[in-house]
Design a protein around this ligand. Structure first.
Ligand SMILES: *[C@@H]1O[C@H](CO)[C@@H](O)[C@H](O)[C@H]1NC(C)=O
Ligand SMILES: *[C@@H]1O[C@H](CO)[C@@H](O)[C@H](O)[C@H]1NC(C)=O
Ligand SMILES: *[C@@H]1O[C@H](CO)[C@@H](O)[C@H](O)[C@H]1NC(C)=O
Ligand SMILES: *[C@@H]1O[C@H](CO)[C@@H](O)[C@H](O)[C@H]1NC(C)=O
Ligand SMILES: *[C@@H]1O[C@H](CO)[C@@H](O)[C@H](O)[C@H]1NC(C)=O
Ligand SMILES: *[C@@H]1O[C@H](CO)[C@@H](O)[C@H](O)[C@H]1NC(C)=O
Ligand SMILES: *[C@@H]1O[C@H](CO)[C@@H](O)[C@H](O)[C@H]1NC(C)=O
Ligand SMILES: *[C@@H]1O[C@H](CO)[C@@H](O)[C@H](O)[C@H]1NC(C)=O
Ligand SMILES: *[C@@H]1O[C@H](CO)[C@@H](O)[C@H](O)[C@H]1NC(C)=O
Ligand SMILES: *[C@@H]1O[C@H](CO)[C@@H](O)[C@H](O)[C@H]1NC(C)=O
Length: 527
């Protein structure tokens, strides 16, 4: 408002003036820069000795602080904006003036980098946007976008009252975790003041890579009610893998996976436990979330219930000859085979009757149920043992009737009785009732020869069998020697006796001869 009449006034004054030259008005300083709201001293002076008017024209608050013969000093205060006050004087009815340039500087009041996206996909452009509010002079104010300390762009601050500066960067893996910021520079060095910087709060960028593929989900496919199985979900090519989240669920039942991270992949394993209420086809879902994106996979799991079949025997322990009935019943949906009876068509139940013979004692009867679940044929078996009471039995196979053994050899005599309950067995020799040593290896002596009666006894009766033991042996040398010696001795004794008898006979004859000779001699000697 103060300035608008000036051109008109000037034109009028110029018209009134006699011509150029003469007294001059001057101002000091001609150019000044001050902080906003500050004050400045302005000296208006004139070269005219007889001036009639001297003053300062401004819309600002002014106060005359000093004056001299041809000058006046003013203080301008609370300067809020750039302005051009001028000094004027009138000398000999001629007016002249001098304009000064008053520039105000101030620092931006707000420097702010717009929030970055929480997660920025690698390979996509990221727009950085910085807003600067206030700050002057704008011609000397520039806005810098920085990544860490690296300068991305420098642009003049344009726009009032808020200057906005943008830049686009292509997000890379290496940008993950780096800080972006915005800085203003008010460069007043040419005005002798310096370089003033203001910075925004830094904002950290998080970049990520989530490949456009589904996670790999490994599931059992079928699961039996009441069992536990593990499922694994994995995904490769993640960045940063450690920031990825996994959600594993069976329908709406959330699982608690154990997640293993490696450099660029993850693998989550969870135990799934299925209850009877889960029976049927259920969806297992795995979702991997990184940044604001997510990849998910679904797999069907058939949950089935398959109890083992019921196998019932009319009796599990029967006397020989009893008819036993056996029944096998499967759970709904399954078919059974009883004791490998393949002729049976597949029915949900099977029954057989059998005459319990000794051969069936201890036999396992198997009822096998088969159920088809989602293309898999599953089997469940139930086994029952049948015990048949029979015997005792002593047969040729287990107790031979004739043993021919060599003396002094090591032999094990085997004789076994069969039966249920197991019979007690004794073999006694006919005549002296000696016990036959059965079952343990021992040297054979000839004194075990003989005929034995073996008797198997259980509470189901008695079975007997005769067995003959022959021990063969060679004539011993000693016996021969003794026999020969005995023979020799016998001969010797005979010879001795004969000789003695002969001698005695001879002596007797000799004596008789002597006696005869003596008698003869006496006869001769006698006259
Ligand atoms: C104002 O300017 C005049 C003329 O240049 C000078 O003589 C005078 O001393 C100045 N006053 C002050 C206070 O500097
Ligand atoms: C993820 O964030 C980016 C950048 O902020 C955005 O363009 C994109 O639409 C977001 N995607 C989803 C699925 O939210
Ligand atoms: C990112 O922006 C640049 C220009 O700033 C452009 O040339 C480029 O095609 C953009 N890239 C993508 C992936 O949008
Ligand atoms: C600051 O502004 C002044 C006046 O507009 C100009 O002369 C000077 O070159 C500028 N300085 C810078 C560093 O821009
Ligand atoms: C980024 O700034 C945050 C604070 O805002 C700081 O904790 C972090 O260390 C900075 N990161 C880098 C790489 O300078
Ligand atoms: C801007 O920076 C100057 C110094 O460079 C400082 O005095 C001033 O307080 C800063 N302004 C803000 C809003 O931080
Ligand atoms: C069972 O088998 C035995 C021997 O084969 C026979 O003597 C008996 O009569 C059978 N019992 C029945 C009930 O068929
Ligand atoms: C098997 O036996 C159990 C108890 O004895 C019974 O609860 C179940 O229903 C039976 N199963 C079948 C298929 O008959
Ligand atoms: C059950 O029996 C069937 C044949 O009867 C056999 O193939 C299968 O291996 C058995 N299963 C088990 C668990 O014993
Ligand atoms: C027993 O065996 C011997 C020799 O091997 C044989 O001579 C005898 O006839 C057999 N006795 C019987 C009853 O088989």
């Amino acid at each position: 408002a103060a300035r608008s009449p000036r051109p008109a006034l000037l034109a009028l004054l110029w018209a009134l003036l006699p011509g150029p030259g003469g007294a001059q008005t001057s101002v000091h300083p001609k150019e000044v820069i001050i902080p906003r709201g500050g004050s400045v001293l302005v000296n208006c002076s004139t070269s005219c000795d007889q001036y009639t008017l001297l003053g300062l024209e401004t819309h600002l608050d002014k106060k005359e602080v000093a004056s001299g013969s041809n000058w006046q000093m003013y203080e301008l205060s609370s300067v809020q904006g750039d302005t051009t006050p001028f000094c004027y004087s009138v000398c000999h009815n001629r007016q002249s003036e001098a304009t000064m340039s008053l520039t105000v500087y101030w620092f931006p009041e707000r420097v702010e980098l717009e929030p970055l996206p929480q997660w920025q996909p690698v390979g996509e452009n990221l727009t950085l946007r910085c807003q600067v509010e206030g700050g002057a002079p704008r011609t000397n104010l520039s806005v810098l976008l920085l990544q860490g300390e690296k300068l991305l762009s420098r642009q003049p601050a344009k726009g009032t009252p808020v200057a906005e500066v943008t830049d686009t960067v292509l997000a890379r893996r290496g940008d993950h975790g780096t800080n972006f910021s915005c800085r203003t520079e008010l460069d007043l060095r040419s005005q002798g003041l310096g370089l003033f910087q203001n910075s925004s709060v830094p904002r950290q960028l998080r970049t990520f890579v989530l490949p456009q593929v589904r996670p790999h989900l490994v599931t059992p496919g079928i699961m039996e009610v009441g069992t536990q199985r593990s499922v694994t979900c994995s995904l490769d090519g993640l960045f940063p893998a450690s920031e990825a989240q996994v959600h594993l669920a069976l329908e709406d039942q959330r699982l608690k996976p154990t997640i293993k991270y490696s450099e660029d992949s993850l693998s989550a394993t969870a135990l799934v436990e299925v209850a009877p209420r889960d029976e049927g086809v259920q969806q297992l879902t795995c979702a991997v979330t990184l940044g604001n994106q997510s990849q998910r996979t679904r797999e069907s799991v058939t949950i089935y219930s398959f109890p083992a079949p019921n196998l019932t025997l009319s009796e599990s322990e029967v006397p020989e000859g009893t008819v036993v009935s056996m029944e096998c019943k499967a759970h709904a949906g399954a078919v059974v085979t009883l004791s490998g009876d393949p002729a049976e068509p597949p029915f949900p139940s099977a029954q057989i009757m059998l005459n319990a013979t000794a051969e069936y004692n201890g036999r396992d009867f198997v009822c096998s149920a088969a159920l088809e679940v989602a293309g898999h044929v599953l089997h469940k078996n139930k086994t029952q043992k049948l015990f048949v009471l029979y015997g005792p039995r002593l047969d040729k196979e287990n107790c031979p009737e004739n043993w021919t053994l060599e003396e002094n050899t090591l032999q094990t005599l085997r004789c076994q009785a069969s039966g249920n309950p197991i019979p007690k067995l004794d073999c006694l020799r006919k005549g002296d009732g000696a016990l036959l040593p059965i079952g343990e290896p021992r040297p054979v002596t000839r004194d075990i020869s003989g005929t034995y009666v073996c008797q198997a006894t259980s509470r189901r009766g008695v079975a007997t069998r005769e067995v003959v033991v022959n021990v063969i042996y060679q004539q011993s040398n000693l016996v021969t020697i003794i026999a020969v010696a005995a023979l020799i001795l016998g001969i010797a004794a005979t010879v001795g006796t004969v000789a003695y008898l002969y001698n005695r006979q001879r002596k007797i004859r000799k004596y008789r001869l002597q006696k005869a000779q003596e008698a003869a001699a006496m006869k001769l000697n006698s006259p």
